[in-house]
Write a new protein. Structure first.
Ligand SMILES: [Ca+2]
Length: 82
């Protein structure tokens, strides 16, 4: 039986994660992505997968807010003041 050299994609239509906010590339959006994004911003490494949550082309603090919105809802009850 052949042994795969890399982890198999979870779905044939989704070879790698393009999910916005999926900063840790695990294919789902959860609190761990926020941690991964904080590290990406802090280390200025450009992030990976969906780290550029606001699709601006750069991974920066704005993506933290965008990821929080994706995670918890932009119209949640913890909205920031204008
Ligand atoms: Ca961005």
């Amino acid at each position: 039986m052949p042994t795969p050299t890399a982890t198999s994609p979870p779905s044939p239509t989704e070879p790698r994660s393009n999910l916005l906010g999926d900063a840790n590339c695990d294919g789902s959006l959860r609190a761990a992505d926020l941690t991964a994004l904080v590290m990406a911003v802090a280390t200025n490494d450009g992030g990976a997968c969906g780290a550029d949550a606001d699709a601006s082309g750069v991974v920066d603090e704005a993506d933290l807010a965008a990821t929080v919105s994706l995670l918890y809802g932009a119209a949640g009850d913890a909205t920031e003041p204008e």
